[in-house]
Write a protein that binds this ligand. Structure first.
Ligand SMILES: Cc1ncc(COP(=O)(O)O)c(C=O)c1O
Length: 452
């Protein structure tokens, strides 16, 4: 089976060419701004990967609110990308906007805790069931800091990750299994260290491989998403995490669950919703409504070990934390977001919408006889180019097809619907409306009709 089964490939290519021409014709203002930007922005964009979307040149956003945004040409979009989770509860939610406005005249950063720090930590502890917390400016940073703490606390140098994982720009995790051999990801720029020396990689859903890899007793922690979401979605098989947690604990290894994307599963993330008991949790992206902010929490026992490691170390730089981490602005936004936006009610609404979305996608796929599947993690939905959901990173990679993805993404974008680039993820937020869903489902159905 291939990703292009059931498709009329010359039609796909013709459609992609038509859509590119259509995009150019409809976006003169974005095109003019892209030309101006090219003079002083490397690669013509503020972040080089902003060029990796399906569009011939970057789509410039004018303003974003709730489930929608408007581009520089005045066109309106239903946003199912939502900043790839950063805006998972909608753009500029009113309580966060109000908190930011309040804080705007009360100072931004002082390298001291603000009034919001203690209530925020109390709320995180309640939600995630972990008593001790620290903060960072991004989930990448939070993961990096967590690895430092855990190596220091355990005295073990190695970590274990799952093949195909992504945890942000954390160098340690960029090791893939290539024909079964741990291999540093070739696309990494400027990396001079041998990452395979301290990173062990196994396939997700393979308990024997996990057990064998941890056997030497030199692995500080397993860093994992509870559901893989960055190589398409890979769900844990029934009973996988129960058995995996036993194995990890038996080897004296710690389990860090990265909930940055799987916070789509509920107010306390996937681990809380599914009765997991990780030693530590990392969360970023939507935590402060999309403002730069991340947090990591840990058990009482781990906190004691971490504190011991810090107190026993020579005085000086720990290598953990940055000047603006836990700044007053982020704290105020996070508090408003946690207390008033990321609520159980919001999740209930999102789950119902996501279910409707997944059902609609499945119906379209079946109607056009395509061998594709649809997978859900709470408010997060993904369609993949294979009949059955993949069980590990290698299988998931086989279902990816950049050319096909880009043709579909651009077709949808030209009809006012944005979905996440690089794979086929769709998020709903509390402000997503029935009309937004219908717009997406109709455009998706029309697209499939044009492709087969
Ligand atoms: C699971 C996971 N963890 C961490 C990150 C890093 O987040 P950020 O880029 O905000 O640092 C990402 C980014 O996509 C992610 O998917």
């Amino acid at each position: 089976m291939g990703t292009r089964d059931g498709l009329n490939w010359p039609r796909v290519q013709a459609l992609a060419a038509r859509e590119r021409a259509d995009y150019v014709a409809r976006h003169p203002a974005s095109q003019a701004l892209a030309a101006q930007a090219a003079q002083h922005l490397l690669f013509g964009v503020p972040m080089h990967w902003m060029n990796d979307w399906s569009t011939p040149f970057a789509l410039t956003v004018n303003e974003a609110s709730g489930a929608h945004f408007t581009d520089a040409d005045g066109l309106q979009y239903a946003d199912f990308c939502l900043g790839d989770t950063g805006a998972m509860f909608g753009h500029a939610p009113a309580p966060v906007a109000a908190a930011i406005a309040r804080q705007a005249t009360r100072g931004y950063t002082a390298m001291l805790p603000s009034n919001d720090a203690a209530p925020v930590a109390t709320e995180l502890a309640r939600r995630f069931g972990l008593p001790y917390w620290q903060f960072a400016l991004s989930a990448s940073d939070a993961n990096r800091f967590m690895l430092r703490w855990l190596r220091a606390a355990t005295g073990r140098s190695k970590i274990l990750v799952f093949n195909g994982c992504y945890h942000g720009t954390v160098d340690d995790v960029f090791v893939d299994l290539v024909d079964g051999v741990p291999t540093q990801r070739a696309s990494l720029l400027g990396q001079v260290h041998d990452l395979t020396a301290h990173t062990v990689v196994v396939e997700f859903n393979d308990l024997d491989a996990l057990d064998a890899a941890l056997g030497a007793g030199d692995i500080a922690c397993v860093l994992a998403e509870p559901v893989m979401t960055n190589v398409g979605i890979v769900l844990p098989q029934p009973g996988y995490w129960r058995a995996a947690q036993e194995i990890i604990a038996r080897h004296g290894t710690l389990l860090v669950i990265d909930e940055t994307h799987t916070i789509s599963s509920g107010p306390g993330g996937y681990a809380q919703a599914h009765g997991m008991r990780p030693d530590a949790v990392v969360i970023g992206k939507p935590l402060a409504g999309g403002l730069p902010c991340a947090a990591y929490g840990m058990t009482e026992e781990l906190a004691r070990r971490v504190e011991h490691a810090k107190r026993s170390a020579p005085a000086g730089h720990s290598g953990i934390g940055t000047t603006l981490s836990a700044n007053m602005f982020a704290m105020a936004a996070m508090r408003a977001n946690l207390e008033q936006v990321m609520t159980q009610d919001a999740y209930t609404q999102m789950f119902a919408l996501a279910q409707q979305l997944a059902d609609g996608l499945r119906a379209s796929i079946a109607r056009h006889g395509l061998p594709w599947c649809v997978t859900q993690v709470g408010a997060r939905t993904e369609f993949q180019f294979g009949l059955v959901p993949p069980q590990n990173g290698s299988a998931a990679k086989m279902l990816m097809d950049e050319e096909l993805e880009q043709a579909i993404h651009l077709y949808l974008l030209n009809r006012g619907v944005l979905i996440t680039p690089f794979h086929n993820m769709l998020l709903v937020c509390p402000a997503t409306s029935e009309a937004d869903l219908q717009r997406l489902l109709q455009a998706f159905d029309d697209c499939l009709a044009a492709l087969v």
